[in-house]
Write a new protein. Structure first.
Lengths: 174, 339, 703
C-alpha cells in the first residue's frame, strides 16, 4: 500500500511515494539517497540514525514515513550551513571524537540537540536537583545525555570532550 | 512485515470507532514500540490508526491541585515540565531514566503505559510465547530470565498459561506509587481507571497486559495532588549505566517525623507483569523507625512471595537481594536527603 | 647484520586529523550499502530455525506471490559453487543445517519491505537432529586442534610445570571464564553486488577489512579469475575482526546477483542476523596455575584453555598464547582444547587470543600478588623476562616495566592501600587495580603500493598519489599512510593523496592482527624508495612505480611485541552491586607512534571495548534452541557513553628499528588486552570479592 508524502530534508522539500511500511529512515536512505543518517540496528537501540525531526532529535528508524507527512528533517549533513561545518561537527574533528564514522552523524545530531535541550533547562537522569532552572553540562551530564548513541569504536571519552568544548564547559577534570 | 493501511482520523472518536469495529486495527502514537514490533512480526495489524494530534499534548493543572497529562505529551516534555519536576520528582526521574533522549522525544504518555514486555522470547517469533500466541507455551520459563518477573507471574497450574514477562515502563512505576488515574475514551464512552487497577497479572490470559477494552484509547493520565510525592525519588538498576531496561527499579516517597516513618509510597519496576505497588512494604514502613533494618524488613515483606526462576540459561534469583538492596538504599538516601 | 635504517620522521609522529573527517562528521562518506544504484534489488534472507538437521521441504509460493518479489533463492535452486571446501561459504548448496540462523533461502524484491515480507512467507520444513550448542567440557569430547589461530602450536611445554607447582611456596590455582561476545560493529555487514553476465564479472561494494581478501575468496568460491571480481570499500563502519574474513553473507549476495543479471543486489544484514552469520568470540574456560616463591617470583605457569568451535568450520582461538610471552617462569605449559558444537562459526574478534587469555592471566597475577602480599605492579616487574620465555629470542624492544612505572606514577599508585574492601564513599566501595597488556607485532607479506607523481602544467603544484587496497575501518589508515609516504618520499604530507579500499589498486593484506600499518606502510616505503631510485629527485608528471611489502628477516632473530600497563579505579555500589569505572589509564610501548591523534583513539577505543567486555557483553546461548537469545543491541549490551569515565592513554617513546622502516608497532588491539582484567582486579580491591568471570554483573556483588 503506497502513499505519497512530502518531507523537507535539510531545507529541501521532497515529495515521494512510499510503502506504508517504509520508515522515515528508509525513505531517506532508499528513496531520497540521503545516507547521512545511518542504519545500525533499525530498532531504536543504537542511535546511529539520529536526526532532528521537526527540530528535535529522534530516531527515524522507528518513525513511519506515512505518519510524518510534512515533517522537517535535518541530518548531520544539513547542520552545516553555507559549506561551514556546524560547531559540533568541528569539535568532533578537533577532538577526534570518532573513528569508523558510522555512528558519527547520529552523534553529531544528538550533540547539537543536547546543547539545545540543556539550554531549555531540561534535566537528565544525573542532574542532582531536578527542580533547578539551569543545568551545567559537566562530563557526567554530557555522557548521560549522549548515551542514546552507541559507539563501538569506543570514542566516548573524546565525544564528551567535543561536546564539552562546544558547551563552553571544560567538562571538569580529566 | 505484513502490509497495512495507515489512517489518520480527524477525531479521537473516529479513531476509537475505527479500531472498535476492526479487530485487525491498532492505534499508532509515537511508534517507538509498535514499529519495532511490526518489523519483528510480533504485531501484524492490517490497519494503523494514527492518533497523533488526537489527544492532548498539554500538561494541565487540575482544580484539586493535581495535574492532567495528555496522552499525547511526549516523555521528554513531561520530564521537563517544571510542575512535574517540583511536585512529582520521582516521575520526572523515572522518565529521564527511560530509553534515550531521542526516544523520549518520540514516545508519548499513553504509549509508554502500553509498551509491551521486552521478554526476548516474546520479541522473537521463532520461539513459543503465550503472550504473543495464547496456548503456544513459554520459552522464557526455562530460559533467559534476567529481565523477567519474580512477583505475580503465572506459573503453570490449572487453567493458567505460563508467563513470566516483566513490564518495561519506568514512567508507570511512580505513577502507580502516586495513585494516578488513567482516563480512557472508548466505544461505550469515557471512563477513568485507577492505575492500580489498570495493569493485569498474566493470570489466565497473558496476552492482555491491561484492562483496556477493544477500541479504548488513553486520553490522559491524572496525577492526584500528593504532598508526599514532592519528596520522592526513582532509582533504577540496570546492566549498564544508561540506555537499558531496569533489572529492578524503585519509586519511593516517604514522610518522616522525629525519626519515624509516618507515610510511604513504594512501587517497583522490572519485577512483575506490570508496575508493582509494594503495599506490604508500605505497611511495614508506616510507623516504623527510619532505619536500614526497617527498610530491609519492608523489602522482605514484599518479597515474601517472590518466586524467582532458576534456569540453565540465566535465572533471576539475584533480583531478590538486588531489590532488597535497592529499596534500602533508595529509602536511606531519600530520608537522609530530607533531613 | 647491522641495525636497519629507519625513516626520518617528519610527518610521522605529528598529530594529524583524519583526512576523511569532514565527510564522516556530516555523514556524506559513503559506506557499502550507500552507493547510489539504478533499480536495486533488495535481499532479505530466510534463516534456519533449527540448530542441526536438514531442510525437508520449502514452499516459496506465498513469497513469490508478494507484490514486488523478483525471485526466491533456496537450497533447491541456487547456482552450484565451484569450491565447496569451506562449509561456511557453501551457501544454499545442500539441505544440511549446521547451526541455527544459517541461510536456507533468500527473497529478492524491488523494495526492502517486499523482500522482508516475502522472507516471512517462505515456509521451510525441517528434520531436526540431536545437537549441542553450549560449551560443556563434561558433555562433549574435547579435542586438540592441529594449530590455533592463525598457526600457533596448540600446546607448549617447557620444563616440568607440575613438579614445579608441587614444590612452589605459593600456588594460585583458579578457573576463569569469559562469555561469548559479538563484534557488533555499528555498521552491519553490507554488500551490493552486480553480476555482469557478459564476460562474467562481479562488482561488489562490501563492508570489509580487506577488499583483496574478499576478491580472492569470492573468486575461489565461484571459480573465477580474481581479475573478474572488483571489490570497492572506501569507508568501513568498524569491523573488529568480523569483517576480516569473508562470511556467508557475501556469497549469498553474489548468488542472488547471478539470479538478476545486471541489477544490483543490496544486502545489509539486520542486527539480529549478525549474531549468527559473521563470527563472534568463543566463550572460554581457562584453568590457570601459578607457582611462585613467597616473594612472588614465578617458578611455574600453566594455562589450560577449553573453548568452542563450530561443526561447520573450525576456528581455534589462541587464548593461551598470551601466557607464552609475558612473564618469566622456568617451567610452563599452555594447552588449547575444543568442544565442537552445532553453533555459528566463531572467528576473529579484536585481539583474538590475547583478549580473553589476558583476562585469566592478569587476574591470576593479581591473585598471586594478594597471596604473596606483594604490590601487583612490583609483582609484574619481578617477573619480567630478559628474553621471550618460550623461544629464547631477545625482544626487539620491550618496555613493559617502564609502562608499569609510568602508569603507576600518573595514576597515583604509591598512595594505594592494598587492603581490599576498605574504602566506602557515599555508598560505593572504591578500589584500584593494574594489569599488563601485550600484543604481538605483526607484519604480513603480500601488499603492494603504487606511487604516482603529478605536476600539472597549469599551476605546477606537485602532488603524489599513493594507492593501496588497504582498509580504513576507523584506524586512520588513510591518514597515517599519507604521513608514511610523505616521509618515505621526503615531501610535504599535504601533497600526498591516499586511495584505499579498492581492488583497482595494488592488493593489500587484511586489516587484522594489528598488522595493517606495518604491512601497508612497508609497501609504501618500498615503493617510495623504488621511485626515488628510478626517477631521482626531479621526476616527470605521471611517473609511477609499484612497491611491495618486503619480508622481515629480523623476525627470525627477535621476538616482537607491543606492551602496556593499564590502571583502573572501580566503584561497586554497596547495596546494589552496580559497577562503575570512573577512571582508566593505559600506558603503552608500541614503537613509534605515527599519529598521536588516531593512535590515542585506537588505544582508548580498545580499552573501552575491554571495559565493555568486563561489565556488559554476554551473548546468551539458549541450549534448547541453539540461538543467541539476546540478539540485538537492546539486550546485548555494549558500553554506552555513561559507562566510560575519565579514560586516557599515553605512551612512552620507543623506537624499534627491527619491526619495519617506520619503527612502529600495531596498536589496534593492545588496548583491549588486559582491560577486562584491570577492571576485575580493581573490583576485587574495592569489594574483596574476586570475580573470575567476564562480564561482572550486579549479581556477583550481592549478598
Amino acid at each position: 500500500m503506497d502513499a505519497t508524502i512530502t518531507l523537507t530534508v535539510d531545507g529541501r522539500e521532497r515529495t515521494l511515494t512510499v510503502d506504508t511500511r517504509t520508515t522515515v529512515l528508509d525513505a531517506l536512505r532508499e528513496h531520497l539517497d540521503v545516507t547521512s543518517p545511518k542504519k545500525g540496528c533499525d530498532h531504536g537501540q543504537c542511535g546511529s540514525c539520529t536526526v532532528l525531526l521537526d527540530g528535535r532529535r529522534a530516531l527515524p528508524c522507528l518513525a513511519l514515513a506515512v505518519a510524518h507527512d510534512g515533517a522537517d528533517v535535518t541530518t548531520a549533513d544539513g547542520l552545516a550551513t553555507d559549506g561551514e561545518l556546524h560547531p559540533v561537527a568541528r569539535a568532533f574533528l578537533d577532538a577526534d571524537a570518532y573513528q569508523c564514522g558510522y555512528c558519527t552523524p547520529g552523534q553529531v545530531c544528538s550533540a547539537a540537540a543536547v546543547l539545545a535541550e540543556a539550554g531549555e533547562g531540561w534535566p537528565s537522569a544525573v542532574t542532582p536537583d531536578l527542580d533547578a532552572e539551569r543545568v551545567t553540562l559537566d562530563r557526567s551530564e554530557i555522557a548521560e545525555r549522549m548515551s542514546g548513541n552507541l559507539c563501538r569504536c569506543g570514542a566516548y571519552a573524546n565525544i564528551v570532550d567535543a561536546v564539552a568544548s562546544v558547551a563552553g564547559t571544560d567538562g571538569g577534570a580529566r | 512485515m505484513r502490509p497495512f493501511t495507515h489512517l489518520r482520523p480527524d477525531t479521537a472518536g473516529d479513531a476509537v470507532a475505527t479500531v472498535a469495529a476492526d479487530p485487525d486495527a491498532v492505534f499508532l502514537a509515537g511508534g517507538t514500540n509498535l514499529v519495532d514490533h511490526l518489523k519483528l512480526g510480533v504485531a501484524t495489524p492490517g490497519t494503523l490508526v494514527d492518533v497523533t494530534g488526537l489527544t492532548s499534548t498539554a500538561v494541565e493543572d487540575l482544580p484539586d491541585g493535581g495535574l492532567r497529562v495528555g496522552a499525547g505529551v511526549r516523555n521528554s516534555d513531561l520530564a521537563g515540565d517544571p510542575r512535574v519536576r517540583r511536585a512529582y520528582p520521582a516521575l520526572a526521574a523515572a522518565l529521564l531514566a527511560g530509553a534515550s533522549g531521542q526516544l523520549r522525544n518520540m514516545a508519548t504518555t499513553g504509549g509508554n503505559l502500553l509498551q509491551r514486555t521486552r521478554c526476548a522470547y516474546f520479541q522473537d517469533v521463532t520461539t513459543p510465547c503465550n503472550k504473543r500466541v495464547p496456548g503456544q507455551g513459554c520459552a522464557a520459563r526455562d530460559g533467559w530470565t534476567r529481565y523477567h518477573a519474580i512477583l505475580g507471574a503465572a506459573q503453570d497450574s490449572a487453567g493458567l498459561q505460563h508467563c513470566v514477562a516483566a513490564h518495561p515502563s519506568d514512567m508507570a512505576v511512580p505513577m502507580l506509587a502516586f495513585d494516578a488515574v488513567v482516563r480512557l475514551t472508548g466505544p461505550d464512552g469515557d471512563r477513568a481507571v485507577p492505575i492500580t487497577e489498570f495493569y493485569r497479572l498474566p493470570g489466565d490470559d497473558p496476552s492482555r497486559d491491561t484492562v483496556l477494552r477493544r477500541g479504548e484509547l488513553i486520553t490522559a493520565v491524572d496525577l492526584p495532588p500528593s504532598p508526599i510525592a514532592a519528596r520522592s525519588t526513582y532509582r533504577k538498576v540496570r546492566d549498564r549505566a544508561s540506555y537499558a531496561f531496569a533489572l529492578v527499579s524503585v519509586a519511593a516517597a516517604v514522610a518522616v517525623e522525629d525519626g519515624t516513618v509516618t507515610d510511604a509510597r513504594v512501587a517497583f519496576g522490572g519485577v512483575a507483569h506490570g508496575p508493582w505497588r509494594a503495599t506490604r512494604a508500605e505497611d511495614v514502613l508506616r510507623g516504623a523507625p527510619a532505619t536500614d533494618d526497617t527498610y530491609r524488613a519492608a523489602a522482605d515483606a514484599e518479597l515474601a512471595d517472590a518466586a524467582p526462576l532458576d534456569t540453565d540459561v540465566g535465572g533471576n534469583a539475584f533480583k531478590v537481594p538486588l531489590l532488597r538492596g535497592t529499596l534500602t538504599s533508595t529509602l536511606r538516601t531519600l530520608v537522609e536527603g530530607a533531613a | 647484520m647491522s641495525t636497519p635504517e629507519m625513516l626520518t620522521p617528519r610527518a610521522m609522529g605529528t598529530p594529524r586529523r583524519r583526512v576523511e573527517g569532514p565527510a564522516k562528521v556530516t555523514g556524506t562518506a559513503r559506506y557499502a550499502a550507500e552507493h547510489p544504484l539504478d533499480r536495486p534489488v533488495h535481499l532479505h534472507p530466510v534463516l534456519a530455525t533449527i540448530p542441526r538437521g536438514r531442510v525437508t521441504a520449502i514452499d516459496t509460493s506465498a513469497a513469490e506471490a508478494v507484490d514486488g518479489v523478483v525471485a526466491v533463492l533456496t537450497t533447491r535452486d541456487a547456482d552450484a559453487l565451484a569450491d565447496t571446501s569451506d562449509r561456511e561459504f557453501t551457501v544454499l548448496q545442500d539441505d544440511e543445517i549446521g547451526f541455527r540462523g544459517q541461510y536456507v533461502g533468500a527473497v529478492l524484491a524491488d523494495t526492502p519491505e517486499a523482500a522482508r515480507e516475502g522472507a516471512d512467507r517462505v515456509e521451510v520444513t525441517y528434520e531436526q537432529d540431536d545437537f549441542r550448542a553450549v560449551l560443556d567440557p563434561d558433555a562433549g569430547e574435547l579435542y586438540a586442534p592441529d594449530a590455533v589461530n592463525p598457526a600457533f602450536a596448540t600446546d607448549s611445554v617447557i620444563g616440568d610445570a607440575d613438579a614445579a607447582l608441587g614444590e612452589a611456596e605459593v600456588v594460585v590455582d583458579a578457573t576463569y571464564t569469559t562469555a561469548t561476545t559479538h563484534n557488533n560493529p555499528l555498521e552491519p555487514h553490507s554488500s551490493i553486488v552486480v553480476w555482469e553476465p557478459d564476460g562474467g564479472r562481479f562488482t561488489i561494494f562490501d563492508s570489509t577489512q580487506g577488499v583483496s581478501t574478499t576478491r580472492s575468496n569470492v573468486a575461489t568460491v565461484f571459480g573465477m579469475d580474481e581479475a573478474d571480481v572488483d571489490v570497492i570499500s572506501p569507508h568501513v563502519g568498524g569491523g573488529f575482526g568480523s569483517k576480516g574474513n569473508l562470511h556467508a553473507n557475501v556469497v549469498l549476495a553474489c548468488l542472488a546477483a547471478r539470479r538478476v543479471p545486471g541489477r544490483p543486489v543490496k544486502y545489509p544484514l539486520t542486527r539480529q542476523q549478525m549474531f549468527s552469520l559473521v563470527g563472534y568470540r568463543t566463550p572460554t574456560i581457562q584453568h590457570v596455575r601459578l607457582g611462585a616463591t613467597r616473594e612472588g617470583r614465578l617458578s611455574a605457569l600453566v594455562h589450560d584453555v577449553v573453548e568452542q568451535t563450530s561443526r561447520t568450520k573450525e576456528f581455534a582461538e589462541q587464548t593461551a598464547t598470551y601466557s607464552r610471552s609475558v612473564y618469566a617462569a622456568p617451567h610452563r605449559r599452555t594447552t588449547h582444547r575444543l568442544d565442537m558444537l552445532d553453533v555459528p562459526v566463531p572467528s576473529w574478534m579484536r585481539a583474538p587470543g590475547e583478549c580473553p587469555g589476558s583476562f585469566a592471566a592478569e587476574v591470576a597475577m593479581d591473585e598471586l600478588a594478594v597471596a604473596c602480599d606483594v604490590d601487583p605492579v612490583e609483582l609484574r616487574i619481578r617477573n619480567e623476562p630478559d628474553a621471550d620465555p618460550e623461544t629464547g629470542k631477545p625482544f626487539s624492544s620491550r618496555h613493559l616495566v617502564e609502562c608499569l612505572r609510568r602508569g603507576a606514577d600518573r595514576f597515583g599508585w604509591s598512595r594505594r592501600d592494598p587492603t581490599p574492601r576498605a574504602r566506602l564513599v557515599d555508598g560505593w566501595w572504591s578500589g584500584t587495580g593494574v594489569a599488563a597488556s601485550a600484543y604481538p607485532t605483526n607484519r604480513s607479506p603480500g601488499s603492494g603500493a603504487t606511487i604516482r607523481y603529478h605536476r600539472p602544467a597549469a599551476d605546477g603544484a606537485e602532488h603524489w598519489d599513493v594507492e593501496i587496497a588497504a582498509a580504513d575501518i576507523g584506524t586512520g589508515a588513510r591518514t597515517v599512510l599519507g604521513q608514511i609516504a610523505a616521509d618515505a618520499l621526503g615531501v610535504d604530507v599535504d601533497t600526498v593523496e591516499v586511495t584505499v579500499g579498492d581492488t583497482a589498486v595494488p592488493p593489500a593484506t587484511v586489516a587484522g592482527g594489528s598488522s595493517g600499518t606495518a604491512s601497508w606502510g612497508s609497501a609504501v616505503v618500498d615503493a617510495a624508495q623504488r621511485f626515488r631510485a628510478k626517477y631521482g629527485t626531479d621526476p616527470s608528471d605521471g611517473d609511477e612505480i609499484e612497491g611491495a611489502t618486503p619480508e622481515n628477516d629480523w623476525s627470525e632473530h627477535y621476538a616482537m611485541s607491543a606492551f602496556g600497563a593499564q590502571f583502573a579505579e572501580v566503584l561497586v555500589h554497596a547495596d546494589t552491586g552496580e559497577v562503575r569505572v570512573p577512571r582508566m589509564l593505559g600506558v603503552f610501548a608500541a614503537g613509534r607512534i605515527l599519529n598521536p591523534v588516531t593512535a590515542r583513539s585506537q588505544f582508548i577505543g580498545g580499552m573501552t571495548m575491554g571495559l565493555s567486555m568486563a561489565l556488559h557483553e554476554d551473548s546468551v546461548m539458549d541450549p534448547r534452541s541453539g540461538h543467541v537469545v539476546n540478539h540485538d543491541l537492546a539486550n546485548y549490551h555494549i558500553a554506552s557513553c555513561a559507562d566510560v569515565g575519565d579514560m586516557d592513554a599515553e605512551w612512552i617513546d620507543e623506537e624499534d628499528p627491527y619491526v619495519n622502516p617506520m619503527g612502529s608497532k600495531g596498536i589496534g588491539e593492545i588496548g583491549i588486552v588486559g582491560a577486562a582484567a584491570v577492571v576485575a582486579n580493581a573490583a576485587y580491591h574495592a569489594t574483596g570479592v574476586r570475580v573470575r568471570s567476564a562480564p561482572m554483573l550486579v549479581d556477583h556483588f550481592l549478598d
